[in-house]
Design a binder for this molecule. Structure first.
Ligand code: FES
Length: 105
């Protein structure tokens, strides 16, 4: 799936993401510096915080309770916030737009 990461300064980076991976891993593999992923994807650090573009919220799924709680630890969470490590990549997400935060803390 093609994923578009958009930085706060407007930079757009398009990357190819394999199904079965997660959005945090995809960001790390493609040098997207805004995503840190310090806990390695176990939903316990909130340094993989990102914002899913409104149009993609349905397809990307909803955060579960644990993710919801962790999101409160993120810097400047919003209603379209997700922890990237909890977003599973599938073909459904081809073209998804992800906005990156300015910082993780
Ligand atoms: Fe730590 Fe996602 S990598 S919560």
């Amino acid at each position: 799936a093609l994923i578009k990461f958009i930085s706060v300064n407007g930079d757009v980076r398009e990357v190819n993401a394999d199904s079965g991976s997660n959005l945090m891993q995809v960001a790390l593999d493609n040098g997207i510096d805004e995503i840190l992923g310090e806990c390695g994807g176990s939903c316990s650090c909130a340094t993989c915080h990102c914002y899913i573009a409104e149009d993609w919220l349905d397809k990307s799924g909803k955060p579960d309770e644990i993710e919801q709680e962790m999101l409160e630890c993120a810097l400047d969470p919003s209603k379209n916030s997700r922890l990237a490590c909890q977003v599973n990549i599938s073909n459904e997400l081809d073209g998804m737009v992800v906005h990156l935060p300015e910082a993780q803390y």
